[in-house]
Design a protein around this ligand. Structure first.
Ligand code: MD3
Ligand code: FE
Length: 215
């Protein structure tokens, strides 16, 4: 008899999600504590904050960045910029450990010279969500986006090039690394409201890193 747990277990194996997009289940687990202490160091220089949409609403996800460029949004709209609007200082550097992980995943997915110029760091608390969107602010759409999930699990949804295309759901759990390239690079995607829970390393939060080559 197939049990519910088996279906969950199946999703815990590396999986091709589409042409050019692969889930590496648990790949970041081996370095989870180091990744989280790096996040801690970054946020001492560039704290998590709730950015405003151009319409003036606070995002439920708190964000910061490291790298040469950081993604920001405010009343003027969204963009990549080289400095943190809170401090006026350049964003903290991407820690070598982050780069090694992102490059390992990209390489394994077939992207041999991925050099991210930006790393957006998202923090979700229960109820926080990310509405369906496409990531197309980057000039380099041939490069993949590499995402790393830490802490509480989240239900990720992705579809096609049109907002109304049918959606697939994928549970992203602690340590999962996904390389989003090929056709899925421009897919609509989002995160359903985070369920409350406790994770031994992040408490009641989920942290997501996304590595991007902006230009
Ligand atoms: C699929 N973040 O920051 S990561 C984002 O979990 C974002 O915080 C989500 O969407 C999060 O823009 C999802 C996975 C992800 C990132 C970028 C993608 C999936 C993607 C770009 C294209 C297709
Ligand atoms: Fe996105």
């Amino acid at each position: 008899m197939i049990m519910k747990e088996d279906l969950f277990e199946n999703q815990r194996k590396d999986m091709i999600l589409g042409q050019g997009a692969i889930l590496f289940a648990g790949l970041a687990k081996k370095i989870d504590k180091s990744l989280l202490s790096s996040v801690q160091e970054i946020t001492q220089l560039a704290p998590f904050r709730h950015m405003k949409t151009s319409g003036g609403f606070d995002l439920s996800v708190a964000m910061t960045n490291c790298g040469l460029l950081g993604w920001v949004t405010d009343e003027a709209g969204y963009r990549y910029q080289s400095f943190d609007p809170l401090s006026g200082l350049v964003w903290p550097k991407i820690p070598p450990l982050f780069l090694e992980l992102a490059l390992e995943a990209a390489e394994r997915a077939g992207y041999s010279s991925f050099v991210p110029s930006a790393c957006l760091i998202n923090r979700y608390v229960p109820g926080a969500k990310m509405s369906l969107h496409q990531d197309k602010d980057e000039d380099d759409l041939d490069s993949p986006i590499v995402s790393v999930s830490l802490g509480l699990p989240a239900t990720f949804q992705f579809g096609g090039f049109n907002r109304t295309d049918p959606l697939q759901k994928l549970l992203l759990i602690h340590g999962d690394v996904v390389v989003w390239g090929g056709k899925l690079r421009l897919a609509y995607h989002g995160i359903l409201p985070l369920k409350s829970g406790h994770h031994h390393l992040t408490g009641s939060t989920r942290i997501n890193l996304t590595f991007r080559k902006v230009f």
